[in-house]
Design a binder for this molecule. Structure first.
Ligand code: BG6
Ligand code: MG
Length: 235
């Protein structure tokens, strides 16, 4: 089977590059408690990768709350965002997840392009705080996309700005919605997290430290991952 080249790496941000997924959860949980219901980490899985307003809808559904006005929903979403930003004030470059910096370094020195594809409107703030902007060629975030994951828009926009075809991209994602979006974009996906939650990913790892030797000791190693896929682009 023909091996597709690997020319670009597209990263989700929250929970992949930096450990901010936990702050999103803490803020949603706090909102749920204020509204009078408990919200588990398991329930939170479906909010990952999803836009702020869609996440709120999922949260309200989990709490059996219906019929809120659009204005009330806006208020709740901004309250959550204020808490979230409060938690982000503690963020420093040390919060970049293990192995990420080194992985980015190796990718860039191998000539592989790099991008962020995130649903978050806070992405610029986070990238600034953790100081990894210089490792990235392109950033696409919640400020520039219309359709949230699992729509492929954010990934396709990243590939377009990088000037590469989708089938030469690897996406790194911790959210089921993101894995789905990347597959719909015709890209290969590495799930970062628990295999059973990211079952549609072509490969799952728990950390970039685990991934680096396989990916980078040999670029040919990509074929050994068995990720040759069924992209409509490969003929
Ligand atoms: C994604 C997170 O990266 O961004 C979601 O996984 C979050 O949990 C979404 O809801 C939107 O983020 P923000 O920062 O714009 O509220
Ligand atoms: Mg994420």
């Amino acid at each position: 089977m023909q091996v597709k080249p690997f020319e670009a790496a597209i990263f989700d941000l929250d929970g992949v590059i930096v450990d901010t997924a936990k702050f999103h959860y803490q803020a949603w949980k706090r909102l749920a408690e204020e509204l009078g219901f408990a919200f588990s980490e398991k329930e939170n899985e479906q909010l990952k990768g999803v836009s702020r307003m869609e996440s709120l809808d999922l949260l309200l559904r989990a709490g059996g709350i219906t019929n809120l006005t659009a204005k009330r929903k806006e208020t709740l979403a901004s309250r959550k965002n204020e808490w979230y930003k409060e938690y982000l004030t503690t963020l420093t470059p040390a919060d970049v997840l293990p192995g990420v910096r080194s992985f980015l370094h190796h990718l860039r020195s191998s000539g592989i392009k790099t991008a962020i594809a995130s649903a978050s409107k806070n992405a610029p703030l986070i990238l600034d705080k953790v100081n990894i902007g210089s490792w990235l060629d392109v950033v696409v975030d919640g400020n520039s996309i219309v359709k949230a994951k699992p729509d492929p828009e954010v990934f396709l926009q990243a590939a377009r700005l990088l000037g590469v075809a989708p089938f030469v991209c690897y996406v790194f994602e911790d959210a089921a919605a993101g894995v789905e979006g990347a597959i719909r974009a015709g890209m290969r996906v590495v799930g970062v997290g628990e295999e059973q939650l990211l079952a549609r990913a072509h490969l799952t790892v728990t950390s970039f430290e685990q991934l680096e030797p396989v990916f980078l000791l040999s670029r040919i190693g990509v074929s050994d991952l068995g990720v040759t896929g069924d992209s409509p682009y490969e003929q």
